[in-house]
Design a protein around this ligand. Structure first.
Ligand code: PLP
Length: 392
């Protein structure tokens, strides 16, 4: 029987409360809605939180990845190693600078890139590595950074899932050369559309700011706040990638409740683990190594069905959940399935056995601090009832 109060369970709704509405309203009333003081405040807040010297607020994580590759002088003739188990933006931004994405299959335990996996696909053309902290579970960065330093590679973290992820006590955002965060609507901190690039490279940070604002000379953004003068010079053909104060105000309100939101995620994840543990039809997601100071940000809670224990496949499982009002998703369709990468990179299904096996079995369940514990309980019940009804 389905409780009406929890009949429909959305996958990843943003938690927007009166604080967010008040913060955005304040900016609307201020008369300054584009790039300005709120954006600078959000940059300082996020950079401070992750322990990076520079934070550059942008309109997406995709923009952050693109700019990081430009700052790393990655271009035609270069190769960049990344994972097949990611969102298309990770690969597309490598293509945008004219370089070639080279994919290493993921580690079967963490579903992240490993130093050993990356090492196998290095060539003389390799210039960068883009690890993705899948679902918010930290990549084992020390061996990867050691390999990158040894080979002279730039490391850009795709941290779209990883605000709040820690590795050996250190926040993602200060571990790699560049780190790209996403504040897209479904992410752990949401500004609708938005992102941030963090780095400790001072000179690169200056150039990145210029590139994010048409290539206009240093501190050109001040002219937008009325503090600068009319004069500017265009140093490069840059991009229009900056964040707006409307989005930044939303981000600041979200940041004020970020720890509380993460705590709620952890509670819901514990409930999922408790409900599904030792179930023969469900394989639970990798967890972070807390003993060494790792923290999982739990952007996603992904289970993998075990086909040998069920009479239905993953696609049917998702359909059954949908019929019961549970919205789910799949993270991700591996790169080897997409026509563009088959065409451009010569990939084919079968190239990445670990990522592809996980893909065929995975379901991302609803997870958001906006959901209630009653909704999480309902997801547990409905998942378990489908398992029972279709037990092999
Ligand atoms: C969401 C996501 C992105 C893109 O983020 P945008 O802010 O929408 O550009 C990049 N990589 C991964 C792994 C993502 O999940």
């Amino acid at each position: 029987m389905i409780d009406a109060a929890v009949s429909q369970i959305p996958f990843s709704p943003a938690l927007i409360g009166e604080e967010e509405i008040a913060a955005v309203t304040e900016v609307l009333r201020s008369g300054w809605i584009a790039l300005g003081p709120k954006t600078k405040e959000l940059e300082a807040a996020i950079a401070g939180y992750v322990g990076a010297r520079h934070g550059i607020a942008l309109n997406s994580c995709t923009a952050a990845l693109h700019l990081a590759h430009l700052a790393s002088d990655i271009g035609p003739g270069d190769e960049v190693v990344t994972t097949p188990l990611t969102f298309c933006a990770t690969l597309n931004t490598i293509l945008h600078v004219g370089a070639k994405p080279v994919l290493a299959d993921v580690d079967p335990l963490s579903l992240n890139l490993s130093a050993e996996g990356v090492e196998k696909v290095l060539t003389r053309k390799t210039k960068g590595v883009v690890p993705v902290h899948y679902a918010g579970n930290p990549v084992d960065m020390d061996p990867l950074m050691a390999l990158a330093r040894d080979k002279g590679l730039t490391v850009t973290d795709d941290a779209a899932h990883a605000l709040g992820t820690f590795y050996k006590g250190r926040a993602v955002g200060s571990l790699a050369d560049y780190t790209a965060f996403s504040f897209y609507a479904t992410k752990n901190l949401a500004t609708g559309e938005g992102g941030m690039l963090t780095t400790n490279h001072d000179e690169a940070a200056d150039r990145l700011r210029v590139l994010s604002l048409h290539g206009m000379s240093r501190n050109a953004w001040k002219r937008y706040s009325g503090a600068g003068s009319w004069f500017y010079e265009v140093e490069e053909a840059g991009y229009k990638y900056n964040m707006a104060d409307l989005a930044a105000a939303l981000g600041l309100a979200q940041f004020a409740r970020f720890e509380a939101m993460q705590e709620t995620r952890r509670r819901y994840v514990s409930r999922y683990f408790e409900a599904f543990k030792d179930h023969p039809a469900l394989e639970l997601p990798p967890v972070a190594d807390e003993a060494r100071g790792d923290v999982h940000a739990w952007h996603l809670f992904m289970v993998r069905v075990r086909p040998e224990a069920l009479t239905i496949d993953r696609d049917t499982f998702i359909e059954k959940l949908k019929e019961l009002g549970v919205q789910t998703s799949v993270h991700f369709i591996p790169a080897s399935y997409h026509p563009i990468y088959q065409r451009e990179l010569g990939l084919k299904v079968g190239d990445f056995p670990v990522a592809e096996d996980s893909y065929r079995r995975m379901i991302s369940l609803p997870l958001s601090p906006k959901l209630t514990m009653a909704q999480i309980e309902a997801v547990c019940e409905r998942v378990l009832s489908i398992c029972d009804q279709h037990r092999r």
